[in-house]
Design a protein around this ligand. Structure first.
Ligand SMILES: [Zn+2]
Ligand SMILES: [Zn+2]
Length: 557
């Protein structure tokens, strides 16, 4: 056994001991030994106990541990500590810049048990106020996690977007009179992206290929017959196909849709068009209306395209307001007034729905009944001042373990609308979790079901639910389902939007903003909703102020 893995195990042992507050003297001696073992010019595994204990900085007790490790491949004390620590917490400990003391705070005081939850907490500013943290630590941790996420080779759409822009601009600087377009997952607006694909169509393919090959647009560039593969600074894989101009549209079509989609379209054509002048032509030849890139997954939209029933997809400008947002009353950064002004003056919206956390969400300063009433007073006062803009009184009510909401009915009825969300006990069985959601959906005060699965993309799977049952219950009880627009959530997943729409369920694109900039996440919500095939007639926050006022009123009856 080499020294490195031994040092690593000793270091982990000392960190876990610190996390569990074992005797500080012992912790120090093991941490020291880990440091020393790493530096020794010979293998400690070849030494006897007697030789080991004489090495400076090792001593008797660590020597015994090293012998145990070399002989059995493990250390009993380490195994025991690992057993009493959630694996996600151990993973958090491996992030650069977070010592055991901070991990203890994160775990015990903030209830965070996975890297994903920690990343989400950074994005929601929850670390700033925790003991021993601060803005800089939070930023460092966020960056370290982003770096760690990148090592999986997968990226959130929102992380890819700026990289994609940079690459496209770089290519545009290189070429004029050349066709260029993204393809693959990025063009299909997928929520998670493995590789960024670009198609370049040039009149002189050889020269274009050569130019890219000798540019510094990508790192570690390798070439294949018809494409180049490289990566961006942060490790995103990029593939650039270079084709002759006349093959551009066909290549674009072939490389955009997923396999099932491409095959389904081609199978409808008597003869595959060789050099089509546009993608539209390919669909036309197949007897289909043009299918937008984001809908090119499988064959769901092929039937609709054949019957000319494709939806007019929602766009950002269709949104008239924003629901589900947090202010300084709970865990947000801006005041209600600041958020209202931002929505009115910067985003040109007609209304803002405040949904601070409810009383059970203690970690997020959830509102007691008294504070709910105080907030309502503030909002009433504000609404008198605001011209042509309205703040709705909402709450993000925790769905408790038994599916009930977080306040008595006399309080629940005071809100204009209620978003019901699960924030605790995420490890329920599918049956239990589904039952809990349905109970909340059946509550007459529930207006919107918030982030239905609690997933954090690339970092935490949602709790499993029976989607059909949950959506059916929303249809039966006239409950809207949220498309949470935070790029880490995008929950309800787009794969279920059609089912919901077919059942007559409305969707709402909610940013879950915890500060003014958070409203901009609606961009990602729109992207997810377009992919799901949402159109403005069934999007709650595409209703005008007048319409949504009526909607809330009729729901409350
Ligand atoms: Zn929430
Ligand atoms: Zn929220």
């Amino acid at each position: 056994m080499e020294n490195k893995p031994i040092a690593r195990k000793l270091r982990l042992l000392s960190q876990l001991m610190e996390l569990h507050e074992v005797n500080p003297f012992k912790i120090k001696s093991i941490a020291n030994a880990a440091f020393n073992v790493d530096k020794l010019p010979y293998r400690v595994s070849s030494k006897t106990f007697e030789e080991l204990e004489k090495i400076s900085g090792i001593g008797k007790s660590v020597a015994a541990k090293i012998i145990e490790l070399v002989q059995t491949g493990t250390m009993l004390e380490l195994d025991e500590l690992l057993e009493s620590t959630p694996s996600g917490v151990v993973e958090i400990m491996s992030i650069k810049g977070i010592g055991a003391k901070k991990v203890a705070t994160i775990w015990h005081e903030m209830g965070i048990e996975t890297v994903g939850e920690l990343f989400y907490a950074c994005n929601e500013n929850r670390l700033i106020e925790a003991k021993g943290f601060g803005l800089k630590t939070q930023e460092d941790i966020r960056k370290a996690i982003e770096f760690k996420m990148a090592s999986s080779g997968k990226f959130l759409y929102a992380q890819v977007e700026p990289e994609a822009d940079k690459i496209m601009n770089g290519l545009k600087d290189m070429f004029t009179n050349t066709l260029m377009e993204f393809a693959g997952e990025y063009r299909r607006l997928c929520e998670v992206i493995d590789e960024l694909i670009v198609i370049v169509g040039s009149r002189d393919r050889e020269i274009a290929f050569h130019t890219i090959q000798h540019s510094d647009i990508l790192k570690s560039l390798t070439v294949d017959s018809d494409h180049l593969v490289g990566e961006t600074e942060n490790g995103l894989k990029v593939i650039i196909y270079v084709v002759e101009k006349r093959y551009f549209h066909k290549t674009l079509f072939l490389k955009t849709g997923n396999d099932e989609h491409v095959q389904a379209v081609l199978s409808r054509e008597a003869e595959e068009p060789d050099q089509p002048e546009s993608e539209e032509l390919i669909y036309q030849k197949a007897g289909l209306a043009f299918i937008k890139p984001e809908l090119r997954e499988g064959d769901t939209f092929i039937v609709k395209a054949a019957n000319d029933q494709l939806p007019q997809l929602i766009s950002y400008n269709d949104l008239k307001g924003t629901l589900h947002n947090h202010s300084t009353w709970s865990d947000g950064v801006n005041t209600v007034e600041e958020m209202a002004m931002y929505c009115r003056d910067k985003l040109n919206l007609e209304y803002l729905g405040m949904c601070d956390h409810s009383k059970s969400a203690f970690y997020a300063k959830g509102l007691s009944i008294e504070r709910v009433l105080q907030q309502h007073e503030e909002i009433d006062h504000l609404n008198k001042k605001l011209d042509g803009f309205h703040v709705f009184k909402g709450i993000e009510s925790d769905i408790l373990n038994d599916g009930s909401l977080d306040y008595p009915d006399e309080i629940l009825k005071k809100f204009d609308f209620i978003v019901a969300s699960v924030h605790s006990n995420l490890k329920m069985s599918e049956d239990k979790a589904t039952e809990r959601l349905i109970k909340a959906i059946e509550n007459p005060f529930t207006t919107i079901l918030g982030h239905p699965t609690g997933r954090l993309l690339l970092s935490r799977n949602g709790y499993s639910i029976n989607y059909k049952k949950v959506i059916d219950a929303c249809a039966a009880n006239n409950v809207v389902i949220e498309v949470n627009a935070n790029p880490l959530r995008l929950d309800l997943d787009w794969r279920w939007h059609q089912y919901a729409l077919d059942k007559g369920v409305w969707l709402s694109i909610n940013p879950d903003a915890h500060r003014n900039e958070g409203f901009l996440d609606m961009h990602y919500g729109v992207i997810a909703a377009r992919k799901g095939g949402l159109y403005k007639e069934r999007c709650l926050n595409a209703l005008s102020l007048h319409e949504i006022t009526e909607f809330f009123k009729s729901k409350k009856k």
